[in-house]
Write a protein that binds this ligand. Sequence first.
Ligand SMILES: Cc1cc2nc3c(=O)[nH]c(=O)nc-3n(C[C@H](O)[C@H](O)[C@H](O)COP(=O)(O)OP(=O)(O)OC[C@H]3O[C@@H](n4cnc5c(N)ncnc54)[C@H](O)[C@@H]3O)c2cc1C
Length: 417
Amino acid sequence: MGYSGFQVIKEGLFGQKGWKPVWRDPEPKAEYDAIIIGGGGHGLSTAFYLAKEHGMTNIAVLEKGYIGGGNIGRNTTIVRANYFLPGNSEFYSHSLKMWEGMEQDLNYNVMHSQRGLINLFHSDGQRDAFARRGNAMINQGDDAILLDREGVREYLPYLDFDNVRFPIYGGLYHPRGGSARHDAVAWGYARGADQRGVDIIQNCEVTGIDIEGGVVKGVQTTRGAIKAKKVGIVVAGRSGQVAAMAGMRLPIESHVLQAFVTEGLKPIIDHVVSFGMGHFYISQSDKGGLVFGGDIDFYTSYAARGNLPMKEHVMDAAMTLMPMIGKAKVLRSWGGIMDMTPDGSPIIDKTPTEGLFIDCGWCYGGFKAVPASGFSFAHLMATGNHFEAAAQFRLDRFRSGVGLMDEEGTGSQHNLH
Ligand SMILES: Cc1cc2nc3c(=O)[nH]c(=O)nc-3n(C[C@H](O)[C@H](O)[C@H](O)COP(=O)(O)OP(=O)(O)OC[C@H]3O[C@@H](n4cnc5c(N)ncnc54)[C@H](O)[C@@H]3O)c2cc1C
């Protein structure tokens, strides 16, 4: 059924009895043209674009849990296109444009809100780095405004500007950045894919990948064997485990990232704010909760829950930046398993096995990439060619060392430090 204002009024008048399940609950077939392993944001958007852009509808998305139970339903929902390096900047720019048309495309309200993102800086050196990043964003065709201290104060008067250790010097303002409702993105893509004939199969864990003579033949699952000519691995934090089923060892470590939400408060924070010194960022949800997070926990784990030292670190950073937050009560915290690559950039590529493809390595920034990742991965799976904006996300860059995209500037590209 289509969603519209008219439908909402009609259902309101007739007791809300006409709403239909958003997607079917089919039994797995014996064979598909393509199988997507993982029903997170990236897997669902891949299935959607395979059907929509390439007419491939005999597809199954196999999800070991439930739709929305992975990182797609655990992230802090920041959507932005403020990447710096060639390879990343055109991809995330493309993704943000897709976000801007997503609700019409899916006929689904994902509550995409371009409320603006401000990255604070606290030293002259950081100002230079952000000025450079802003120029790269403008060259890419995106928006960036360098704010001085008073400029930041106009938008964010509640911050502590004169903190002795980290005084605020200014900020890089990205007006088209913002947030969206994460699980609605999963539901919207699931519904769109299902409407086009894709089978979304929950509670179906892939336990093996069938390969004969270097060619993929299908998968083994907890609901039986399923054949397919093409298989895409899109399992985020579980990428290493699933790739191992095909005999691959990935350049990926799985780490925990935590997030926090307070009780609902009256509107106070109407941007996304990122603290340049404490690895802390915050926004306010439409329900009023302050949603915030920090860095990964810095130990490898497959447990989707974090530890106390990082909690303390994040709370410290919050109090340093905005002491008034100390009055808010934290309602919940949770964790997700991040697929961290050595250069902080993702992988969308073929594998050495014919017909087997992989999309992973999104680190802690894959929510904003959901539309462009699905679009690019679908293009690769359907045509065998890389979509231009994602052409540099190659698996072999870690073996060859050529084409690494060290977005954080912490490792391989010393000229960027
Ligand atoms: C706390 C936190 C905050 C974050 N904040 C942001 C943010 O603000 N902005 C941003 O851009 N990104 C953010 N991210 C990152 C973002 O959420 C992820 O990069 C992205 O969601 C990962 O892709 P996905 O949605 O496909 O993953 P998932 O939703 O994790 O999907 C992978 C799916 O694969 C399934 N699976 C695994 N193994 C198997 C198997 N063997 N068989 C079948 N299915 C399997 C899993 O059950 C899971 O549902 C954050 C992440 C976390 C945890």
